[in-house]
Every structure is written in structure tokens, then in C-alpha cells.
Design a protein around this ligand. Sequence first.
Ligand code: UT7
Length: 335
Amino acid sequence: MRHAAITGYGMAVPQKVLSNADLERMVDTTDEWIVSRTGIRERRVVGTGDTTTSLAVAAARNALTVAGLTADDIDLIVVATCTPDQFVVSEACLVQAQLGGTAAAFDVGAACSGFVYALSVASLYIQQGLHQRVLVIGVDTLTRFIDYTDRATCVLFGDGAGAVVLEASDQERGLLSIVLGADGTGSQHLFAPGWGALVPESAMLVSETRPYLQMNGQEVFRFAVRVMGDAAAEAVEKAGLALEDIAMFVPHQANKRIIDAAARRLNLPPEKVWQNLDRYGNTSAASVPIALAEAAHDGRFEEGDNLVLVAFGAGLAWAAGVVRWGVAGVPRLNQ
Ligand code: UT7
């Protein structure tokens, strides 16, 4: 049986910090409101020279280093993003051009759930024997599409990238189960008009109205609290595990209150729940792989530990998976 073990991880965020104090000077908000309603204290935002591609490539290079591989060893690159540098070509091809190598490359679009969706796709390619070593990247630069006069959205988002390397292994490592879901009827609760191919409508929207991200926060909040706990619990059950078998819960970092509610639903103690949104805010598709990379770097779990990755976002879409960690000492197939 072929498994898709995670053998490398990495992350990258822009240098530029946007703190709650900075936002207090930009819109009618307070540090107290942002911290108590979201848990966010600061976020990283793209500055001069930062692009979706530059962040993705930096995270990918870190993941390759951990795996002890180079770009030439990779035979597929899958990038999850809703903020590619260009619509044509794919973000994955832009990344491949800078990384080097000749890997096949394509994007997956599922907004904040994109990385977990992409991980499931990439794992299947390996499990089916189509690919041997795959780079999976979650990256977004949503702050380029944020209206910094809209206090309801501008306090929430940051930019960044996270990446993992998946390799074929005969050890039971990597994704053990996956739960994917979507409810397109909820698309109006979190969306960005004017980025797409509705021409000439989109051109008019960009020039005459607001092309920015728009959100019905309370509706998304209610949806998130429900699906995060339910999808995670279903993924654990599908993996044939109990909640006590989970070493670490690695959720999408959108709102501390959403994460805490899901953790309570799953009866997980705080030390088993990774939270870093105080420093990065909501980085969309990058959120889960950044959290994973940080927790791994911090030594919060060991080889063989079971982790739950869970995300939700625009679509509305959601995804949860149980991953058995396997960075160290996992025998590879076909070295
Ligand atoms: O990846 C998925 C992305 N999206 C999400 O995860 C968003 C999910 N939703 C949320 O996280 C929360 O709904 C928010 C953090 C966006 C908002 O928190 P809330 O507790 O649902 O606040 P609310 O929308 O009910 O607003 C409460 C009050 C309102 O004022 P009034 O009408 O009570 O006078 C808002 O105008 O807070 C006001 N408000 C703010 N005040 C200060 C909204 N944003 C701000 C702000 N600073 N930044």
C-alpha cells in the first residue's frame, strides 16, 4: 500500500507588520475590540517586492530543505490560492519557474480551505502511483484585495505561505482520512466581486464599485463554528480513531472564538490546539500549512502522531483531514 508521507514543511510571511495600533490610526477600531472579538494582535502584509509567488517559493524552499530534497526531485506542484499573481498562467507554474525543475504544476481553488483540498488531491496522486514526490503549497496575499476603510474586514487578514513535501512511503503516514464539503448557496456571505471573467461587468465593477473582499461576518461565523467541529469529528471517525488519539488540532486561523468553540466541541485541551492568529491573522489558504509548519518546528508532535487539519471559508467550503505525522525516519519508496 502506498502512502503519501509528509517529509518536509515550511512557511514564509512578509517582513512588514501591521499591528492593531496601526489599524487604530487607519479606521474606527480599537485593539481591545480586535483582540476580544478575534484574538488577532498583528498580521504580516505584503510590501515592496513581495508577491504571491515570492512567498510561495520561500515556503517551498524551506519545505524542500527539511525534506532534504531539491526542486529537481519534485514531480508535481499543487498550489492552493485565491490570489494568484496572474490568472493565466497558473500560480503553480510561476512557482515552478522560480524554483527550477520540471514538475507538473496546477492550482487548486477553494479559498481558505484550499490547502486541505490540495493536500487531498496530491495525496491521491501519490497513493495511486502517478507521482512520487509532490510539493503542496497554500499561499494568499488577500491584503491586496482588502478595503482598508472597511473595519469589518480589514482587521482580519494577513498574507503568507506554507508548504509541505509529500513522498511515497510504505509506512502508514500522511492523510488517513478526508472530509470535503461545500455549500455554494452561501457564496454571497464571503466573496470578492470584480476579480473574475464577467467581462465587461467585472471591468465595470473594478472601476466603478468596490472590487474588495466582502463578508457577512456573523453568517460566516455561525457556519464556521458548525462545520469546523463537525468536519473534524467526522474525519477522526473516518480514520478509525477516537478524539483521544489526536495529538494536535491544526485549524484554519480565522477567529480565536471559532477555534475555541470547535475545540470545546471536540473536547480538546488548549495545549492540543495550535493557535497563531494573534501574530498572523487570517492568511487564507496559507493558514493551515503555516500553523502546521510552526507547530512542527516547535516540536509539538512527533513522528507517528495523529493531527487534525481543518479549514473553512469562501464557497462556502470546508475540509478536514487526519494526518499521521511522518517527517523523521519515514522510509521512502523508490529512493
Ligand atoms: O476564512 C474565513 C473568513 N471569515 C471569517 O472567519 C469571519 C467569521 N466572522 C467573524 O470572525 C466575526 O463575525 C467578526 C470578527 C468578523 C465580527 O465579530 P462579531 O462579534 O460577529 O461582530 P459583529 O459583526 O456582530 O459586530 C458587532 C459590532 C457592530 O457594531 P454595532 O452595530 O453593534 O454598533 C460592528 O459595527 O462591532 C462593530 N465592528 C467593529 N468595531 C470595532 C465591526 N468591526 C469592528 C471593528 N472595530 N474592526
